[in-house]
Design a protein around this ligand. Structure first.
Ligand code: FO1
Length: 311
């Protein structure tokens, strides 16, 4: 069993690659819920939905989020009522959120609801929210503290980030199903997602880092920074403003207590020895995933690396 810890768009790319090279029964994905939001009374789980829609083959390939060919009639109507429309939740996407909200109100856990939605969309890979409890990523900026979607979507991730906090995390517990899969995993793979906004909330759950550390299986991460830049999103500038080196060495430092192997891009090969000094092996590969072939290729290489690690 391979378990992928994933955020949204970057994580979904690797999820797609892994799903293409592994039987569905050998892959589980633990998804971030720190960027969830209540939007007009319905619960939206962007990172879970991005992965679910990607694996279902219905994701909007241009944006990486939302559903292909979705329409925005509900949002337009809200605009006519002079309500906020900055979060572009499409009509089909809204249906997912309505059904999720209904099922949660009927007493199902988010883990159960996600499992049902995936099954109904034909997704056979297990997708498990990191927790059934609410955790909200809050971003501290010179303009004040903002919830994640406000920072990211409404304000376009333009504010300088001076701190990140995961509200509610102290009282949250990891999803029991996620822990079961993590404990049994031959390998845990940390996706090339933002270390603070996507992976940070998962690792901040009480007991999560310890659960990853005490296993015998391999733990590997793929750097989300290539040549000091994120392929998407504000990871590099955040690293800098939070006082970390904005490159693969900085990311390796954030995970140094967890990793056996860190996969960096070929352009970052000169950083390998510095990362090794942090106490992990380094694998240098082409990590930029642009199409299904490059996703499959990276996934296959990761499996090969995992199988070659002697602990
Ligand atoms: N990202 C945007 O940049 N603008 C949007 O209007 C937007 C809407 C949206 C609706 C549903 C959904 O599942 C995701 C959506 N995203 C949007 C993406 C999302 O905000 C982020 O990419 C993730 O939260 C970070 O992984």
């Amino acid at each position: 069993m391979i378990v992928l810890l994933s955020g949204g768009v970057g994580g979904a790319k690797l999820a797609e690659g892994l799903a293409a090279v592994l039987p569905a029964s050998h892959l589980a994905i633990v998804g971030n819920t720190g960027d969830d939001l209540e939007w007009y009374g319905v619960r939206v789980c962007p990172d879970l939905d991005i992965v679910m829609y990607t694996l279902a083959g219905i994701v909007n390939r241009e944006t990486g989020w939302g559903i292909a060919d979705d329409t925005f009639h509900a949002l337009e109507m809200l605009g006519r009522y002079a309500q906020e429309t900055w979060f572009r939740l499409g009509d089909r996407d809204l249906a997912t959120a309505v059904l999720r909200t209904l099922r949660l109100s009927q007493g199902l856990s988010l883990t159960e609801v996600t499992e049902r939605l995936c099954r109904e969309l034909g997704v056979r890979t297990r997708l498990i929210p990191m927790s059934d409890d609410p955790v909200r990523t809050m971003v501290r900026t010179p303009a004040g503290e903002l919830d994640f979607q406000n920072y990211f979507v409404a304000r376009g991730a333009q504010d300088q980030v001076v701190g990140v906090r995961y509200a509610g995390v102290e009282k949250a517990v990891p999803s029991p199903l996620a822990l079961t899969f993590l404990e049994a995993a031959e390998a845990i793979i940390i996706a090339p997602s933002n270390p603070f906004l996507s992976i940070g909330p998962i690792l901040a759950l009480p007991g999560m880092r310890a659960a990853i550390q005490r296993r015998h299986g391999v733990t590997l991460a793929v750097s989300p920074l290539v040549a000091g830049q994120a392929l998407k999103g504000p990871a590099a500038s955040m690293m800098q403003s939070l006082g970390y080196r904005p490159d693969a060495v900085g990311v390796a430092g954030l995970y140094h207590d967890l990793l056996d192997v860190f996969v960096i891009d070929a352009v970052d090969a000169p950083l390998a020895s510095e990362i090794e000094r942090l106490g992990m092996a380094v694998a240098v590969r082409q990590t930029v995933m642009t199409d299904l072939e490059s996703k499959r290729m990276l996934a296959a290489e990761i499996l090969q690396i995992v199988r070659g690690v002697r602990k």
